[in-house]
Design a protein around this ligand. Sequence first.
Ligand SMILES: [Zn+2]
Ligand SMILES: [Zn+2]
Length: 341
Amino acid sequence: MAAHSPKGPLRPIRFQRRALGPKDVAIKLHYCGICHSDIHTVRGDWGPIQYPQIVGHELAGEVVSVGSSVSKFRVGARVGVGCIVDSCRHCVECEAGHENYCLNGNTQTYGSRDKDGSITQGGYSTFVVVDEDFVINIPNVIDLSEAGPLLCAGITVYSPLRRWGISAGKKVAVVGLGGLGHMAVKLAKAMGAEVTVFTTSPEKIDDAKRFGAAHVVVSRDGADFSALRHRFDFALDTVPQRHDLNRFVPLLKRDATYCRVGVGKTVDTIDVGQMSLVLFRNAIAGSNTGGIRETQEMVDFCALNNIRPEIQKIPMTGIDEAWSKVVDKKARYRFVVEING
Ligand SMILES: [Zn+2]
Ligand SMILES: [Zn+2]
């Protein structure tokens, strides 16, 4: 299912994936999660793109064919693919396992120029061909329908929670309870943290508690947070829109970090008063998905701790409608496309 213009409906196209190289695996896709990034990309929010473009970077399926020197996967293996399908592999970031920060520009699952010059096409698709080094093993206990959302939403919040050392007893604020936020609550809770959710949607209070939040704050404009000043060891902000951080930074303890992972429009800036930052030596940070090794670690962590995304399955013909719901903040909490045809 491809986008043919920034606004028009998705329509099916037939196209050829590349021939299987020695290190490639061919994957028959069963599911693909819908990420807000898919919509931003097609709408041109992150710059102009070439159409037709197939998006989707939360892929799950089974290996149906392997190249001559593939060693990690066999036919029949249950696998997933996230946001990245290649990188330079020799820069310091790649060598450290941070392919997501490749200094020479990694190859994204869709909308990137691949090594053969073609534009990569994503997971709203029946098959994909990917180098085995960028394929994630999905343990048997995780249903394939629930695997995809781990590979963008899951890793995007897992990576900063690990980077900032979230562990037993830490107090974590999760700002925004959508696709990313709901995974952040479950993961931080499993790491032993006490989680407080800030949401603008009062109807999500019960969900937040069910996901493991100890406290839920309805963060409408003008809501009073003063009782929470200097309470948190870390804040993870999953809101993709510009919003006032001066309300949240004073809730951090001394030296604590406020990390943003949501990106709406690239032209958006962050406004924080200098006083908010300097008074308690706080830091504003960002984080961008995770490397392949860390993604596998996160999937295994989810298998071990029984963490799954909250999903609603939809048919391939229902993607346009699901996109509207994502934009209207009506996803609960991740749409997953059942791939057929
Ligand atoms: Zn995504
Ligand atoms: Zn690199």
